[in-house]
Design a protein around this ligand. Structure first.
Ligand SMILES: NC(=O)c1ccc[n+]([C@@H]2O[C@H](COP(=O)([O-])OP(=O)(O)OC[C@H]3O[C@@H](n4cnc5c(N)ncnc54)[C@H](O)[C@@H]3O)[C@@H](O)[C@H]2O)c1
Length: 143
């Protein structure tokens, strides 16, 4: 998973390695930033999958519109990061080489009204992703 600095570095690496087709999972790929990243990755020749729960933090139709232009070119996994078993199942079924983790509850003001939801998504959800990657990806890569 990528912090802001490493995320930018990863984008530079991806830009400079367009000949290598990588299998990339973009969490939050239907969101504002994620959908733009997916477009760029597809244009660079990568194979992209999206993990998103299309929740109603804002109108889910906007998220559907975000991905409408490339939905035929990606696999969309409707998975809630809060559901650890579903995240693990996905990683057992699919093999990803890169994860760009952009799924989040992002608004500051609602985080004050719903702190548990933000914790469950942004902290526990990220932990579920890290654990699935550790158990399913890195072990496979070491074989
Ligand atoms: N938009 C900005 O200007 C901005 C600036 C700095 C940082 N960021 C950060 O970038 C990230 C993405 O922001 P954004 O603007 O694209 O937000 P967004 O709300 O448009 O996208 C987030 C996506 O994550 C998905 N998601 C949320 N909870 C989920 C869950 N439990 N399981 C699966 N999917 C889930 C949502 O459905 C949505 O599609 C956030 O971490 C945000 O804090 C955004």
């Amino acid at each position: 998973m990528l912090g802001k600095y490493n995320f930018l570095r990863a984008l530079l690496v991806l830009r400079d390695s367009t000949s290598d087709n990588m299998r990339i999972l973009v969490t939050g790929g239907a969101g504002f930033i994620g959908s733009h990243l997916v477009e760029r990755l597809l244009a660079a020749g990568h194979t992209v999958a999206i993990l998103d729960d299309f929740n109603d933090f804002y109108d889910p139709q906007i998220k559907r519109a975000n991905i409408a232009g490339f939905v035929k070119d990606v696999i969309v996994h409707h998975v809630d990061l809060q559901d650890g078993a579903s995240v693990r199942n996905l990683f057992h079924r699919e093999k990803f080489e890169v994860i760009a983790h952009l799924a989040a509850r992002a608004g500051v003001r609602p985080s004050i009204q719903h702190p548990q939801l933000y914790y469950d998504t942004n902290v526990i959800g990220t932990l579920h992703l890290l654990e699935a990657a550790r158990l399913c990806l890195f072990r496979k890569m070491n074989i």
